[in-house]
Design a protein around this ligand. Structure first.
Ligand code: 13P
Ligand code: SF4
Length: 314
């Protein structure tokens, strides 16, 4: 394989030969989004995994997304180009801690964000994504006792738009927590007419100054429907690839994260886990049909119910 172009062709050839479906999240590198059969937000990717008749799925995203594919399509081979592509948000809720918390709160039902391990989903009543969380929370009776986790910012936001008082897990995403009102204000000073698009994993003050709050697909849809506007984008910068592709003349300004005191730490607004996916890894994964993602039977049996409940409700 001499260069990136050949690699893309080889990936497509192998995918056809093996009847493999390549799924990619909007946060992956542009070249990966270009080689995929389908790109989407977490909800759309889960839907696609549930309905495909391909023999295998290559999930270019993070590990919990591949687990969700496997739970929904247990008979298929689910490949993950880099099984170390984790998620700081999923890591912020361990199954044993959630189990203990549930025991301490009898009578409560658990609503879990899709950014969780299969083991956490197995302890959950219904899974949500940022694209359907409000709709699903609204289906519970007003007096229902609810635990929402693990994303604290998304949970607070959903509490505010539904008038609920769900108990919130104190988890977060290391990328979205670093966006600040100060950085948005700097961009606003240069581009006063630009609308602010923010993912609900951002902190409350950031969401308070946003014009549109939603999942990656919701933010993209808004931009596509209003290409005459310009946008300040407070989410992982990978989404700009598809935004710019669908709105070639629209100006998008990615929000840089607040640099920590002393200027230390990563100064990029990228998810290092999502960026672990590369064309080389996809090629080798398809060629060797490895590594696969497995979920043990008992966990999968319990985890599939709240995911299917989500798909039925959204
Ligand atoms: P979406 O469901 O909006 O694509 O979000 C997934 C994610 O990991 C956000 O950080
Ligand atoms: Fe997880 Fe944050 Fe990366 Fe999304 S952006 S996959 S929540 S670490």
């Amino acid at each position: 394989i001499a260069d990136g172009t050949d690699l893309k062709q080889e990936i497509r050839r192998l995918a056809k030969e093996k009847n493999a479906l390549i799924l990619a999240h909007y946060y992956t590198r542009g070249e990966i989004q270009e080689v995929a059969d389908f790109i989407g937000d977490s909800l759309a990717l889960a839907r696609k995994a549930a309905e495909t008749d391909a023999d295998m799925i290559v999930m270019c995203g993070v590990h919990f997304m591949a687990e969700t594919c496997k739970i929904l399509s247990p008979e298929k081979k689910v490949l993950c180009p880099d099984v170390t592509a984790g998620c700081s948000l999923a890591d912020s809720c361990r199954a044993e801690d959630l189990k203990k918390y549930k025991e301490e709160h009898p009578g409560y039902q658990v609503i879990s964000y899709v950014n969780t391990t299969a083991a956490v989903k197995a302890l959950t009543d219904v899974v949500v994504t940022s694209g359907n969380a409000k709709k699903i929370v609204d289906t519970f009776p007003a007096d229902a006792k609810l635990i929402f986790g693990p994303d604290y910012n998304l949970g607070s936001y959903i509490n505010s738009v539904t008038g609920r008082n769900m108990l919130l897990w104190n988890g977060g995403c290391h990328v979205h927590e670093r966006f600040s009102v100060a950085e948005i204000a700097k961009l606003k000073a240069d581009h006063p007419k630009a609308l602010v698009l923010a993912h609900p994993e951002c902190k409350g003050p950031v969401l308070a100054v946003a014009d549109v709050v939603g999942s990656t697909a919701v933010l993209l849809k808004y931009a596509v429907e209003h290409p005459e506007q310009e946008y300040i984008v407070a989410t992982e910068s990978g989404i700009l690839h598809e935004m710019q592709r669908q709105c070639p003349t629209t100006m998008f300004y990615p929000v840089p994260p607040e640099v920590s005191e002393g200027g230390l730490g990563c100064s990029c607004n990228e998810c290092d886990y999502m960026k672990k996916n590369t064309l080389e890894k996809i090629y080798h994964t398809l060629r060797h049909e490895w590594p696969t993602v497995e979920v043990d039977e008992a966990t999968a049996r319990d985890a599939v119910k709240p995911i299917e409940r989500m798909l039925a409700l959204s």
